[in-house]
Structure formats: C-alpha cells, structure tokens
Ligand binder design. Structure first.
Ligand code: GLU
Length: 430
C-alpha cells in the first residue's frame, strides 16, 4: 500500500527500521521503542486577525526520541499538516541526527495554516502564540525547534524572543535557524541545499562525473531547492528543469539559475517566469518533470511525491531526496528494483540540522564562527558520513537508504542498550 492520504506516513516511514535491522547492531527492544514517539501534544492557538475576528489554529509538537540528546527538529506551517505527518517527520529527525552523529534525538512541530494568507502581523501573533502553548515542552536541553517548510529565520527570531520573555532570560539556544543578529549562525540559511551539494560532490568524485555532462531536474524551488541548484549550476552542472507549486520551467541546454532565483525573490511564481522571454524556457508541469530524462532528479518540496503510481515513470539514474520523505516505501522498492540509486533524505538533507547543531554550540559557548569555518565543518561532516554509508552499502551490497538507517540504528541502538536490555536484567536476577 502506498502512503496516500488514507494511509499513515508514520507507518510507512517505520518500514525502513525492519529493512535495516539485519545490518545494524541493534536489539529488537530498541527497534520497538523507536516505533512509538515519546511525546506528542496538540495545542490550539487563538489569534486575533487584523479584521478583528478571532481564529483558532491547531498545532502539534512531537518528540520522537531523546536518548542521544535533546529532541531536534523544525516547525512547519502548512495547510496539510497532520499529527501523523509530524510523527513521521520527528522519526526522520531521530534517524537524521544519528546518521550525522549529532548529540540529539528527533522532534518536529507543525501548525495547520497557509501562511501566505496571513499578514506579517498575523504571522507574528501566530508564531508567538504557538510558543506560548509549547513553552513547557521545549528548551535548549529538552527540545530545540528550527525552521521547516514555510517557516523562516524571522519566525525563529520571534519564537526565540517569545520563549526568552516567558523564561525571563535571553535563551538563544532554544531555537536554531535564527537571524544572524539575534544569535543565528553564518551559513545556516543555505545549509540544507549545501549539505546535499557536498554529498553530490562525493558522488561526483566516486563516479568520475564531468559536471557539464550531468543534467539535473529539481522539483521544489524553495530554500533548499534554490541553494542546491545555485551551487550545482556554479560548478557547471546543467539544471534542465525546476518547479514550484505553480508549475515549472524547462530548458534542455540548462537554465539560468541566478536569474530564476532573482525572479523568485522578486515574488514571481515559476509558472509566470516560464512565460518571461528574457529568462528563456518552456513551461513544464510537475508530473512531467518527475519523468524527465535527466541524470539526477532532486525532489526538494514535500513528502509522498514519488509513489507506486509514478515511480515506474522515473527516468533519472539518481534520486537525491532533499525533501523529507518524498519517496514512499512502495516507490522505493520500485526504484531499487529498476536500479535507480536513491540518496536518502536522512543523509541528503542533513546539512540543515548539522548547521543548526553548530548554531546551538555557538549559542551555548558564546563563541561565534566565520562563514568559511561553518562551510568547512559542514563539508567535512557530510563527506565523512556519506563515505561511511557508501562503504557500508558496498560491503553488504545494499542500497544507500538501508545503509543510512543501519548506520543510524547502530548509534541509537548502542545508546538504548547502554540502559540495559532484557538479557542484562534477566542476567542480573539469576
Ligand atoms: N527542518 C530541517 C530538517 O528537516 C532542519 C531541522 C533543524 O535544523 O533542526 O532537517
């Protein structure tokens, strides 16, 4: 069954645990623990709208696991948010932080809202209101939020300020992804896309790619999609198609990425930009983009983009998951069977949370790093974890997703078993 709206994204995400179990040093009890989030709360947030009307918004925060450190993970503002989705996203954060060996567990939050329909003042009231509701469940050493889909550094700044007011002390380490003047880190803004780029550079040297000969299609042209497009294009990769929720733009010889980013920043949708002759390109819809004959396909928007219904149409040789959960488990099986290599989200998009960790370390120490230091440390970590997963995959002849989960589970498993397993306690009795 594919993870359609009727089925559970969380249950679908858990299927990876069973696949990786055979290759990971982890006790079955630990796997069982990971199947149940530690804490899940639902809150309602009353917001006085500019019209004077009162509206109630629903929000969630899920702490999936905190065995290896405080929960860590973003807050998403999206009309499609559900508790089930937030649980899946929190589970992926636990695995992602373990893949990168960051001293964190996993968490996630979400508010059911279309932020594009709110004024700036309404958005600020909603952001502060959400923190008032979840303040008792977050903190620098319990659970550390960050940006996610449709939230940004300014929202993180408001949220940190609200938390600091509640605690009556400046507490920058409670939330990462803040504006730089408010304790944010250099290099956090483009860290998710940059982390994926560093993984791709490892793939490039493993496979001896010549960038000019490699074509790339990117579904989702928000923060992460733009960053990876910009960095790859600067190296000479041919970005032949990009899309957003309005539609997409295609050009066989390669798109002018800086011009597209400039037009997006000026407020245009890609569908409108495709009609602009100065940028040059043909309109393409999202479904055709996913089936393009490009070397690399990068889904960089939301989950469940490649499903059992369209995975057979994918013609790319590599799929790089810059979004969280863009490939359902059914689609993953189809891609595996067709020999299409998938670089999994818990590694490919881990650059964001890695620089969040750098930000948290800087906030706690009060000692700030330069942009070059952030880039260099991110590159070292991404390259090291990519290589160890690639080596594990080659050693067992398994796909990169299974290898990434095996690496994560090994680290989580060692932490959980250090607290004792059935054998330890029974042994103690006897
Ligand atoms: N929302 C991002 C993710 O899914 C970043 C999380 C963080 O920085 O804590 O990885």
């Amino acid at each position: 069954m594919s993870a359609t709206a009727a089925s559970s994204v969380f249950d679908d995400a858990l299927r990876n645990l069973d696949r990786a179990f055979d290759y990971a040093d982890i006790h079955a009890e630990a796997i069982e623990r990971l199947k149940h989030p530690k804490l899940a709360i639902e809150v309602s947030i009353p917001v006085r709208m500019d019209s004077g009307e009162l509206r109630l918004f629903t929000g969630y925060r899920v702490r999936h696991d905190d065995t290896r450190g405080p929960g860590k993970g973003g807050i998403r503002f999206h009309p499609g948010v559900t508790l089930d989705e937030v649980k899946a996203l929190a589970f992926w954060m636990t695995c992602k932080c373990a893949v990168m060996n960051l001293p964190y567990g996993g968490a996630k939050g979400g508010v059911i809202v279309n932020p594009k329909e709110l004024s700036h003042m309404e958005l600020e009231r909603l952001s502060r209101g959400f923190i008032q509701r979840i303040a008792d469940f977050i903190g620098p050493d319990t659970d550390v939020p960050a940006p996610d889909v449709y939230t940004n550094s300014m929202i993180m700044g408001w949220m940190t300020d609200e938390y600091s007011k509640i605690r009556r002390q400046f507490t920058p380490a409670v939330i990462t992804g803040k504006p730089i003047p408010l304790g944010g880190s250099e290099g956090r803004e483009d860290a998710t896309g940059r982390g994926a780029y560093y993984c791709l550079k490892e793939m490039e040297s493993e496979r001896d790619w010549t960038p000019g000969g490699i074509t790339v299609a990117i579904q989702g042209f928000g923060n992460a999609g733009q960053a990876v497009a910009r960095l790859l294009a600067a190296d000479g990769y041919r970005i032949v198609a990009v899309s957003d929720s309005s539609g997409g733009i295609y050009r066989a010889s390669g798109l002018n990425i800086p011009a597209l980013i400039h037009a997006k920043e000026a407020g245009s949708h890609l569908a409108a930009i495709a009609a602009d002759p100065t940028i040059g390109g043909d309109a393409i819809d999202n479904a055709s983009l996913l089936a393009l004959d490009a070397d690399i396909l990068i889904p960089a928007a939301l989950e469940n983009v490649l499903t059992a219904d369209n995975a057979a149409q994918v013609r790319a040789r590599h799929v790089v998951e810059v979004a969280n959960g863009p490939v359902t488990s059914d689609a993953d099986a189809i891609l595996r069977q067709r020999g299409i290599q998938v670089l999994p989200d818990i590694l490919a998009n881990a650059g964001g949370v890695t620089v969040s960790y750098f930000e948290w370390v800087q906030n706690k120490s009060g000692w700030y790093w330069s942009r070059d230091q952030v880039h260099q440390r991110l590159q070292e970590r991404m390259a090291a974890e990519y290589r160890s997963i690639s080596t594990l995959a080659a050693r067992h002849d398994i796909d990169l997703r299974t290898a990434a989960y095996a690496q994560a589970l090994g680290r989580i498993g060692r932490a959980l078993t250090a607290q004792g397993t059935r054998e330890y306690f029974i042994g103690g009795k006897g």
